[in-house]
Design a protein around this ligand. Structure first.
Ligand code: MOS
Length: 724
């Protein structure tokens, strides 16, 4: 049986509202927390598989050219080596394409330094790694001096252009304007769990334990890559140690392990080294951007221009969507938005947490700070003044909009001083102290989702989907949704995820995971409740469920006998997305100290206020916001991929050289969740939250640095050398 819900209109009545709400929204600890913290959760590489061979990927030591020959004899003669897999499928798939798309890089044509081209398989990992050093290749590399590695040095392709009114004219006429250039560095996803896969082939079915975000389409990617039908492939991904975009699509380890297992008829494990993850999975593009803002005397925006240049490999489709929030965040009649893409030979650029906003919002929000100064207006006030009623270009309404509330509540909690702001006003010893703020905005996405819910007569329930949990809390919130809807303690709801044999979920990506899959579970539970009304002979309004039965009435066992109730919930976004702009909004406030002699910046404290619809679990929601704010600190101060201009190789490819914030870099992060229900966003009235926390936060820090010491740095990350 199926419950179906296609969202074509705002869902003004949500059943959850009429429930007692003693489960939904509550700050339950993640049910997988203990297993993860104590090391008993089984990650992809850890599945106990008998007789498993170990594969080590071999990668190209040059950035552009052709592999004309591979001599495997020396390698094969090494101790323990079983095979060298260098077939064309592997080489083709290892150039990871845009998630969900077929690869576009040509066989044996190397397009970036570190591109995998072969797999050495041995009895032990050490043997495979050692032998991989003995693989000889002949290459025909293109003239190194000619490698276009620098996005500034090539002629870009235009990807997006939209214009309204006359921006240059508005800039000349306006009493106040800002015209500033920015750069942001490339980022690595740097998930805690490196990419790994174990593949088993029984002659009929390929079973792969992997670490992936989107099983719903990873299964077709993998089937396509190895030449099988989807029904011959099973992917299991029950625990994922973070993804942040790097596990949206399948990568070399999953394909290589699968091809090797099929060829050798033995299980094969391929675990990437941290360096390989950095070098060949995916990167966030570096950007260069120009912001133009024109305002009247009172700070009302009249012109808004945002132009960006990003990069990717030749023929890849993805272009970091830098302008995503610029389209709708602020008013201004004269607008110009352009996005250009430079083709360079650096590894594939793809989605890294908050693709677009993570680097577009910081520049926009620094420009707004510059405009506030030019207009002598408080930066919070400037933003409040420029919140549009509707999408400034399309004219569509917002589904809900809490930016003003976020700005106000955040400012109050932080203790924002709205007096006239001037740099270099506060010094403690050798540290300049300053404060800064920025808005947050991130489009809300929602995706098709299926889940199966079974209510058992003994007062337990089972929720099943191939949805993944990247550490975000999916297992826990789905137990909460079903628990609330069916009157069960969440400890009596078993949630089974991460297996393609289960109904197709939405996957974890684009911040749509929780709202989409929770909606499918909600729809399934609604269908179960409908059945229960018949058994209990009451109307939906009269059906109060509690403690495994009707409140003050029959238990499920008494109602159902020995029969279970099972329903699939199907949720589809429908065409509501065309009628509304749906987005999460927020505001960040930061206080920093900047060392007057070294330029070192430390974040003293940070507050974020966010509006993202219904909160499904206060603890996991807060963690998502804090995680985003932590990455904001990294993007503001330390995180940058560095490519060697001589040969295009990634220089800093581990966590010692690519600096993510550690505990000592992160102060207490205050999170305010602004009360909101968004009936157009999803039937449970929740919006995406996973990425909102890092959509602009870096600007609050940059603006605080300016306020502290007067250094207006427009190149991210703001390393000490750029401050002094
Ligand atoms: Mo996200 S960058 O879609 O994991």
């Amino acid at each position: 049986m199926t419950g179906q819900f296609t969202q074509d209109a705002p869902e003004t009545e949500c059943l959850l509202d009429s429930m007692r709400q003693d489960v939904i929204g509550k700050p339950l600890v993640r049910i997988d927390a203990l297993a993860k913290a104590t090391g008993t959760a089984t990650y992809a590489a850890e599945y106990p598989v008998k007789d498993c061979l170990e594969g080590v990927l071999v990668t190209a030591p040059f950035a552009r050219g052709r592999i004309t020959g591979i001599d495997i004899d020396t390698c094969l003669a090494c101790d323990g080596v079983v095979a060298v897999i260098d077939n064309e499928k592997l080489i083709a798939r290892c150039a990871q394409g845009t998630a969900g798309e077929a690869p576009v890089q040509e066989v044996r044509k190397v397009a970036y330094w570190g591109q995998p081209f072969a797999l050495v398989v041995a009895e032990t990992f050490e043997q495979a790694r050692d032998a991989s050093k003995h693989l000889k290749i002949t290459i025909q590399d293109d003239d190194l001096s000619d490698i276009p590695c620098d996005p500034q040095a090539v002629e870009p392709e235009n990807q997006q252009y939209s214009s309204q009114g006359d921006l240059p004219h508005a800039m000349t006429e306006a009493p106040h304007s800002v015209d500033a250039k920015f750069t942001t560095a490339g980022h690595a996803s740097a998930a805690m769990e490196p990419h790994a896969a174990i593949a088993q082939w029984d002659g009929q079915t390929l079973t792969v334990h992997a670490s992936l975000q989107m099983l719903n389409y990873n299964i077709s990617e993998l089937a396509d890559a190895v030449g099988l039908e989807e029904n011959q492939v099973r992917i299991v991904s029950r625990f994922v140690g973070g993804g942040f975009g790097s596990k949206l699509g399948i990568s070399a380890e999953t394909v290589a392990a699968s091809l090797a297992a099929m060829q050798l008829k033995r299980p094969v494990r391929v675990a990437m080294s941290r360096q390989q993850v950095f070098q060949c999975v995916m990167r966030r593009s570096e950007t260069s951007q120009r912001m133009r803002l024109a305002a009247g005397k009172d700070g009302t925006l009249q012109g808004f221009g945002h132009e960006a240049l990003v990069s990717n490999l030749p023929d890849e489709q993805f272009a970091e969507p830098v302008l995503q929030s610029s389209e709708f965040l602020y008013a201004g009649d004269n607008r110009l938005l352009t996005l250009d893409l430079a083709r360079v030979h650096r590894m594939t650029a793809g989605s890294v947490r908050a693709p677009g906003e993570a680097v577009g919002m910081p520049t926009l929000e620094v420009a707004m700070d510059m405009l506030a100064e030019a207009c002598s207006i408080d930066p919070v006030e400037l933003r409040l003044k420029n919140i549009p009623d509707r999408h400034p270009m399309k004219g569509t309404p917002f589904s809900s909009h809490k930016l003003a509330e976020c700005l106000q509540q955040g400012a109050e909690a932080f203790g924002w001083d709205s007096g006239l702001r001037k740099p270099r006003q506060r010094r403690e010893g050798e540290w300049w102290i300053g404060t800064g703020m920025a808005s947050a905005a991130r489009v809300h996405n929602i995706a098709k989702a299926k889940a199966r819910v079974t209510l058992n007569p003994d007062g337990t329930a089972l929720v099943e989907s191939d949805m993944t949990d990247l550490g975000t809390g999916t297992y826990t919130i789905l137990g909460q949704i079903a628990g609330e809807m069916l009157g069960l303690d969440p400890s009596n709801v078993l949630v089974d995820l991460g297996d393609t044999r289960l109904p197709r979920g939405p996957g974890s990506g684009g911040s749509w995971g929780a709202a989409s899959i929770a909606s499918a579970v909600y729809v399934a539970c609604k269908a179960i409740r409908e059945k229960l009304t018949k058994y209990a002979n009451v109307t939906e309004g009269e059906l109060n469920l509690k403690d495994g039965g009707v409140e003050g009435g029959a238990s499920f066992a008494q109602l159902l006998g020995d029969k279970e109730l099972r329903e699939e919930g199907h949720y589809e976004p429908g065409d509501i997305e065309d009628d509304y702009v749906a987005a999460g909004f927020g505001a960040y406030f930061a206080e920093v100290r900047v060392n007057a002699f070294t330029g070192e910046t430390r974040v003293n404290r940070m507050t974020g206020a966010f509006g993202f619809g219904r909160v499904l679990n206060e603890r996991t929601a807060r963690s998502q916001c804090q995680g985003g704010m932590v990455w904001s600190i990294g993007a503001a101060l330390t995180e940058a991929l560095h490519f060697d201009p001589r040969d295009g190789h990634l220089v800093n490819c581990d966590l010692a050289e690519y600096h993510v914030p550690v505990n000592r870099d992160v102060p207490e992060l205050e999170v305010i969740m602004v009360e909101e229900r968004d009936p157009a966003a999803s039937p449970i009235q929740a919006k995406g939250i996973g990425e909102l926390g890092m959509c602009g936060g870096a600007a609050a820090i940059a603006n605080a640095i300016y306020n502290a010491c007067g250094a207006r740095v427009r190149d991210f990350p703001i390393t000490p050398d750029r401050v002094v």
